[in-house]
Design a protein around this ligand. Structure first.
Ligand code: NAD
Length: 417
């Protein structure tokens, strides 16, 4: 099979196999960790606004639940596949393990384009999808959260559908819900904030004591948009921002708040006056210090990796770099903050939301952000120390630490019955 034809599941397994070999994990345990625990495919029929019937395909996957209930987002995107959801569920297992959260990994998705659906249709899809997977989810079983194409409103619909089925309010069934329904302060920008904490720690270990750096951000959604704003506020210069519609470039710096206002009005980056408009792929060849891929998986490939000039790549997105591209970044001595670390802030504050909900005791935004910083810095320095001690890169270090903890928990629990 030609290298770039591998899908994200095959690439995730390839990386896992290399990690398990490096850890000398026994063949039986290797087989166990490669498999998702539970995989569900459902049909999601709805009546559209036009009165026709449409059927959407939905998935929910639990990868490993030996360290706690399954946790993972729900994605609405036209390119969702079962393999992608399996890969993302597995990544969630490693992510929760790496940052020390008592959760296993899950992911869900619906093959649908939310930009082409009305709010009414999205609500029907969400409610029927929730009903179809209702036996899999619950505050002690599996707690969904937002991902690409979903948001706090979608979580509110899942919460309501699940609660109506149970006969009482169950806010703990989802995280990333609106504050008025028990959501946590700071959840909205937690993934981006966590990513920024990792970037700041990276600069520290590189001996750089300045934010006078040029940043390019791919994707201007929840992760990319908030990261660009936080970095801009800290004094970093955002020189490029791309989304599905194109790429904005200004060597002198862009104002992400202004771009956000433009996007809210125009729904596209086109027409923004304060920047040059480039093709969206051009983001990878621009001269910058930090590149933050925050769109989708498989964006940095063998085809564009060599053109990347950044010193740091902070993976806001899940699996944005293919293994072949990774080898090129390594050869070019680019410091990669891997996805399982760089974007773990979201699930960390989701964990805070779950804890606060269970205790019915809610924290301030400042408390949330301070606790988030503690967890992210601890995970960063543990990974960095491991990478130095074992002479492996950050991705391999993160993967080895995460997988070894899950293997240990799995071994200790044994196999039922
Ligand atoms: P989102 O839907 O809010 O935003 C995605 C952005 O990517 C949009 O701006 C879209 O236009 C852009 N995009 C899509 N295809 C593109 C392309 N080919 N080139 C350039 N831009 C493109 O999604 P999000 O929640 O910000 O998630 C982004 C990534 O971060 C995903 O990989 C997701 O799994 C990961 N992630 C998200 C969270 C979270 O809390 N939202 C947590 C961890 C990881």
């Amino acid at each position: 099979m030609p290298k770039e034809k591998k899908n994200v599941w095959e690439m995730t397994l390839e990386r896992l196999d290399a990690t398990m070999d490096a850890l000398s994990i026994k063949p039986g345990m290797q087989k166990y960790l490669r498999q998702p625990r539970k995989t569900t495919e459902v049909s999601v029929p709805i009546k559209t606004d036009a009165g026709t019937i449409e059927i959407f395909k939905g998935y929910r996957v639990h990868h490993n639940t030996n360290r706690g209930p399954a946790k993972g987002g729900v994605r609405y995107h036209p390119d969702v596949t079962l393999d992608e959801i399996k890969a993302l569920a597995m990544l969630m297992t490693w992510k929760c393990s790496l940052v020390g959260l008592p959760f296993g990994g899950a992911k869900g998705g619906v093959v649908a384009d939310p930009t082409k659906l009305s709010a009414n249709e999205l609500e029907h899809i969400t409610r029927r999808y929730t009903f179809e997977i209702i036996d899999m989810i619950g505050p002690e079983k599996d707690i969904p959260a937002p991902d690409v194409g979903t948001n706090a409103q979608v979580m509110a619909w899942i919460l309501d559908t699940y609660s109506m089925d149970k006969g009482h309010a169950v806010p703990g069934v989802v995280t990333g819900k609106p504050i008025s329904l028990g959501g946590s302060q700071g959840r909205e920008d937690a993934t981006s904030r966590g990513c920024v904490y990792c970037i700041l720690s990276t600069l520290k270990v590189m001996g750089i004591d300045s934010t006078d750096m040029d940043v390019a951000v791919q994707g201007f959604g929840n992760v990319g948009g908030n990261a660009a704003k936080i970095l801009h506020d800290l004094g970093f210069k955002i020189i490029a921002i791309s989304d599905v519609s194109g790429c904005l470039y200004n060597k002198g710096g862009l104002d992400p708040f202004d771009i956000d206002a433009h996007l809210k009005k125009e729904k596209t980056l086109a027409g923004y006056k304060e920047a040059e408009i480039l093709n969206r792929e051009d983001i990878f060849s621009l001269k910058c210090d930090i590149l933050l891929p925050a769109a989708l998986e498989n964006q940095i490939t063998e085809a564009n990796a060599a053109s990347i000039k950044a010193r740091i790549v902070a993976e806001g997105a899940n699996a944005p770099t293919t293994p072949d591209a990774d080898a090129i970044l390594k050869e070019n001595k680019i410091f990669v903050i891997p996805d399982v670390l760089a974007n773990a802030g979201g699930v960390t504050v989701s964990y805070f939301e779950w804890v606060q909900g269970n205790l019915s005791y809610f924290w301030t935004k400042r408390e949330v952000n301070l606790k988030l910083r503690d967890i992210m810095e601890k995970a960063f320095y543990e990974t960095y120390k491991f990478s130095l001690e074992n002479k492996v890169d950050m991705r391999q270090a993160a993967s080895m630490l995460a997988v070894s903890r899950v293997a240990e928990a799995t071994g200790l629990r044994g196999i039922y019955p």
